[in-house]
Design a protein around this ligand. Structure first.
Ligand code: PMP
Length: 436
């Protein structure tokens, strides 16, 4: 009997070992990790250089509380992170995960508003559907009703605008009018809420778990940035899933040359080697907060040296192995091969994403975009079949968490052409078995 409890009652095999893109259970069965954990293990499993850097740190000190000591590990990681950021984002605050990082970004924004005489600003507009974390603060900005509704009485609901889903609305994603159409929903929302009450707009550059690797339409990102700027609304980019090279650029927002006010990182930041997250903000956003008495926020494990040493070694590996370029190159190949699968399998209605943040969506009718019947639970059943075949993929409901099924295919950025062959072969087999 296990004393653990997680989401459901179904037990999984015991993990015995993980190396590179592969994982083995105790029975010796091998799995190709086609979801990098949950879009976490960007540099693959058990990288020797990261393990060695962690060993060195453990021998020095496994923990040093941030209010008692500075550590070389956190200083080095902060400096290396800033190197990878858009111009001007140069202040880093570390945490231990994505939800903590989202909370930290919102609280920094709020403390900046208070410190600069803008205390009326508190609303953080986000999008529906979206996923930004499971703590009550992060849940308040998560547009995924099934997750947040039970807790509604315990949270202050924040305004949401629709995430751009051009393919469902019959709009051309390459037409700048489409980008403007969705971005103007932010303009309207700010007007409706009252600009002087709006603190920030929070978004993922490419929708991750919620919309399934959905890339924004042409013009959307630039217009969102312009609207935020004009209204003095801070732009917070949730790069928890898209960051650390996943989309073929260090940040997902780099594809549009975005310079948000705060960038939120986790997942690939320490790539599964340690619990790590962080926010990166502009100096002039942080300075008034420090002048007013400091950032009144922080977690015990924030900036712990072991996690920071792991994060630093992970970023070095990204550079050393040129993994971000590999993500772009292998991602383009994998996407075209997913498109080829779509030609053979009627059930795939859409293939999307960039870099190695890729997904396909099941549909019962490509022309009308009708989803599969909800009670088929296609996303769960398909994942089980793939798992049986030795391929781990990640799935969610596509449409507001209610219906529709997408499968994220997001292997580590270390994948080779041979791994891509294996992934496609196992997907093809799993699709044939699912539709048989
Ligand atoms: N933001 C995004 C975009 C995410 O994908 C996630 C996790 N899936 C989170 C925040 C929350 O991260 P964590 O689970 O580490 O708290």
């Amino acid at each position: 009997m296990s004393h653990l409890f997680y989401q459901g009652r179904q037990r999984k095999p015991m993990l015995a070992q993980a190396r590179g893109v592969y994982m083995w259970d105790e029975g010796g069965k091998r799995y190709l990790d086609g979801s990098s954990g949950a879009m976490v293990c960007n540099i693959g499993h058990s990288n020797e250089n990261v393990l060695e850097a962690m060993r060195r740190q453990m021998e020095k000190a496994t923990f040093g509380y941030r209010l008692h000591f500075e550590t070389e590990a956190s200083e080095r990681l902060a400096a290396k992170t800033v190197e990878k950021m858009p111009e001007g984002l140069n202040k880093v605050f570390f945490v231990s995960g994505g939800s903590e990082a989202v909370e930290s970004a919102m609280k920094l924004a709020r403390q900046h508003a208070v410190a600069t005489g803008q205390g009326s600003r508190w609303k953080v507009i986000s999008r529906r559907p979206s996923y930004h974390g499971c703590t009550l603060g992060a849940l308040a900005v998560t547009g995924y009703a099934a997750l947040s509704e039970p807790f509604a009485p315990m949270m202050r609901e924040m305004p949401k605008i629709p995430a751009p889903r051009a393919y469902l609305d019959g709009r051309d994603p390459d037409d700048p009018a489409t980008g403007a159409h969705y971005a103007d929903m932010l303009e309207d929302c700010i007007a409706q809420e009252g600009a002087d009450s709006v603190l920030a707009f929070l978004m993922e550059p490419v929708g991750g778990a919620s919309t399934g690797a959905l890339v924004p339409p042409t013009g959307y990102m630039e217009r969102v940035a312009e609207i935020c700027d004009r209204h003095g609304v801070l732009l917070i980019m949730d790069e928890v899933m898209t960051g650390a090279g996943r989309t073929g650029a260090f940040l997902g927002g780099d594809h549009w040359d975005m310079t948000p006010d705060i960038v939120v990182l986790s997942k690939g930041f320490a790539a599964g080697y340690a619990p790590l997250g962080g926010i990166v903000a502009r100096d002039d956003l942080v300075a008034p907060v420090l002048d007013a008495g400091g950032f009144a926020h922080g977690f015990t494990y924030a900036g712990n040296p072991l996690a920071c040493a792991a994060g630093h070694a992970v970023l070095e590996e990204l550079d050393r192995q040129d993994l971000i370029n590999n993500a772009a190159e292998k991602g383009a190949k994998l996407k075209s091969r997913l498109n080829a699968l779509m030609q053979r399998h009627e059930i795939i209605g859409d293939v999307r994403g960039n870099g190695l943040l890729l997904a396909f969506e099941f549909m019962s009718d490509r022309a009308t975009k009708a989803p599969l019947p909800k009670d088929w639970n296609a996303h769960l059943r398909f994942v089980e079949i793939a798992y049986e075949n030795g391929l781990i993929v990640y799935s969610r409901r596509t449409r507001d968490g209610v219906e529709g099924d997408h499968i994220l295919v997001c292997p580590p950025l270390t994948v080779t052409d041979t791994h891509l062959d294996e992934i496609i072969e196992m997907l093809d087999l799993s699709l044939r078995q699912y539709t048989a």
